[in-house]
Design a protein around this ligand. Structure first.
Ligand code: SAH
Ligand code: SF4
Ligand code: F3S
Length: 436
């Protein structure tokens, strides 16, 4: 067996793609290893979303250069591939900056890895594949070799929204949906390998349109698979939240009461400059409608502070929106200039210290809301889907319907099952409880 090491950066879709690349290489005799030392092939599956994410790749490539040289001294060969969104955005530049890289493969062309490997073995030199052959990729993928209790399943890819800060439309291409048939086949395969929860992925997952099927309809069909107990989806855009999807949160008992609905900012001026095409009040009204359908739904979001031109008043509007909505948890970032995006050339860039102060204030507010939400579960009995053994001996880890991690001292045989847990306390990152 040859050793394959895949390192994943960025979003859940990259995690899904990494698993798919490993599935593709398995028939070529590659087995996954958990460290790069001595590997026959290393794939860095990269993220371009913020500057820091992209820069990490080059420092990792520096380290791998040494390992590759060590392997060559021992008479072996380490193939080095850069995949993902940095590969798509900076293909040529990667090869120029890091000549130790053997292949660069974009998110829509990684199904060509086997032939690229064959080529590299024959000829040496660099191979570059960054086309967008639309959905061809999904036709060439292998069935999953294994699955965790909770599994990702990409149903939609790409983005046509062109928010002015974001690289995703350039790295993932335009919006396209997989057919319901291929998704359902993969869902059944994952269920047969042990998946009990499916997390449907898409850059704009709620814009899913598979030959007339909406995301709500797809969730309904997936709910018919007996072994699948829970369905989640991410990431949604406020503009694509259809009435039938809102209704599904009341009608489909397998659809979890949890919705990641990024708003980015609470200021109408900033939202407009971002090209989000909705206002703060549109978002408030939307959340109200969602909560009417599913009153206990846990809302989460992404925020950007320090977008070009963001004033103190704009930032206050974001804080006010957070107070109005009340989030179970959220991600927040300092605006990062991305090459080629409209916002990167806007004048009035916000000073670094102002960004840092705003991020700090926002994160304090979000964390207090998270703790309040988690504390509100203490004393309750919750259905927990157990996923894996915990780091602490004798404990296993699972999640509530609201995606909160829960640690319980009990038998590992419960992994893969839903059991009732009485929540007793919260620590910084988890709830703790006993079987009820
Ligand atoms: N499709 C999703 C988000 C994808 S990117 C959506 O429409 O919301 C994930 C998150 O990264 C975004 O929600 C945004 O908050 C953040 N992000 C994207 N570009 C960024 C940038 N240039 N600087 C800082 N954060 C950014
Ligand atoms: Fe990026 Fe906006 Fe598309 Fe989300 S909707 S991926 S933030 S361009
Ligand atoms: Fe990053 Fe690409 Fe995902 S830029 S967030 S890996 S879509």
């Amino acid at each position: 067996m040859k050793k394959l090491f895949v390192k994943t950066y960025g979003c859940q879709m990259n995690a899904y793609d990494s698993a798919k690349m490993a599935d593709l290489l398995a028939p070529l005799g590659y087995a996954q290893a958990d460290a790069p030392e001595g590997a026959d092939m290393v794939i860095l599956n990269t993220c371009h979303i913020r500057e820091r994410a992209a820069e990490k790749v080059y420092s990792e490539l520096g380290r791998l250069k040494q390992m590759k040289a060590a392997k060559a001294r021992d008479g072996g060969k380490m193939l080095l591939a850069v995949a993902g969104c940095v590969a798509q955005a900076e293909g040529e530049e990667i090869v120029a900056r890091a000549p130790q890289v053997d292949m660069v493969v974009g998110p829509q062309s990684y199904h060509r890895l086997p032939e690229m490997i064959a080529r590299a073995a024959r000829a040496g030199g660099h191979a570059l594949e960054t086309d967008f052959p639309a959905l061809e990729k999904f036709d060439s993928l292998q069935p999953p070799q294994a699955s965790g209790v909770s599994a990702f399943l990409t149903v939609q890819e790409g983005c046509d929204k062109f928010c002015t800060f974001c690289v995703v439309p350039y790295t993932r291409g335009s919006e396209h949906s997989r057919s319901p048939e291929t998704i359902l086949t993969e869902a059944r395969q994952l269920a047969d390998k042990g998946a009990r929860e499916l997390v449907l992925l898409g850059q704009n997952v709620n814009a899913y349109d598979g030959g007339g099927w909406s995301l709500a309809k797809l969730c309904e069909a997936i709910a018919q698979i007996d072994q699948i107990e829970r369905i989640r989806y991410t990431t949604s855009h406020p503009r694509d939240m259809g009435d039938d999807l809102i209704a599904a949160h009341a009608d489909n008992p397998k659809l979890m009461p949890y919705l990641h609905l990024p708003v980015q900012s609470g200021s109408d001026t900033v939202l407009e400059a971002m090209n989000r095409q909705h206002t703060g009040d549109d978002y408030r009204r939307l959340v109200e409608r969602i909560r009417k359908s599913r009153p206990d739904i846990a809302m989460t979001s992404d925020f950007i502070v320090g977008f070009p031109g963001e004033s103190d008043t704009d930032f206050d509007a974001t804080m006010q929106l957070v107070r109005d909505i009340g989030y179970a948890t959220a991600f927040s970032f300092k605006y990062s200039k991305r090459p080629g995006t409209p916002a990167s050339t806007m004048r009035k860039q916000v000073a670094e210290d102002v960004k840092a102060a705003r991020l700090d204030a926002l994160q304090k507010l979000l964390l207090s809301q998270q703790y309040a939400f988690d504390d509100s579960q203490i004393g309750k009995i919750m259905p927990v889907l157990f996923e894996k053994v915990a780091r602490e001996e004798g404990q296993i880890m699972g999640r509530t319907p609201y995606l909160q991690p829960v640690h319980v001292k009990t038998d590992a045989a419960l992994i893969g099952q839903v059991a009732s847990v009485k929540i007793e306390k919260r620590t910084a990152n988890s709830l703790h409880g006993v079987l009820a």
